[in-house]
Design a binder for this molecule. Sequence first.
Ligand code: ATP
Length: 260
Amino acid sequence: MVPKTHPRYKSLLNREKVVEAFDKGILAKAGLTAHGRGESFDYLIGEKTTTEALHSIKVASAVLLLAENPVISINGNTIALSKHDIVELSEELNGKIEVNLFYRTKEREENIKKAFEEDKEIYNKIKNKKIKLLGLDPATTNKQIKNLDSLRGKVSEEGIYSADVVLVPLEDGDRTEALVNMGKTVICIDLNPLSRTARKSTITIVDELTRCIPLLTKYVKEYKQKDKKELENIVKNYDNNQNLKSILNYISNRLKNMEI
Ligand code: ATP
């Protein structure tokens, strides 16, 4: 148990969550190292949502509202850290969440299903069709993303396969590229501005997942008051490469001016 007074409370709590998810068979071993890579980049940006990230979050919120069939793709790390926040965000959209695993095994699928359904509130939301948990039933997860090996490329027709916008927190570069090649708008959340995912996505949010998802939900709720034209204006002049360059400049200036 991490004491609340610990200066690194939030970070240590997140570590505990990923370790717990690993023990429950939700997260693969590689998910632990991916988390560590994220933590190190969070140090570099100062463990806060930057102005650049907030800009991407606002644009992503407008894009999600303009979408016809937005889908939130989740993996073990996302479930470990943000299960409830993801459910809340999806309820503000069309309720579609799709489990998409790098290391897909029957056992992990079962453990993930259990992790959602053992929460009574989430279970009721699934039962009442407020949210749809896709990607776990082999009968409907039978479409294939081109240029990915068969297990990693399995998606559902109703979800990722037919989505026009996919939010992929913590995705890997190959799959991001494959989704973009299918003509989809891909929004990623990745603390590493140098990753292939960050560079290949349509909109990259360089922020920590547990800080970012509640902000996305906040802006999605707020922007529901806006009409289509206003939303399009928010999206219009966004330049993802420029945003990534600004973040790299921010990190570099921060390091240069840091007092040790
Ligand atoms: P790529 O294939 O895109 O070049 P990669 O090999 O690093 O990148 P993964 O191993 O799948 O891809 O790692 C997932 C990414 O998620 C890492 O870049 C890491 O920085 C990021 N990440 C890990 N934890 C978090 C978090 N909590 N919030 C945001 N990003 C995170």
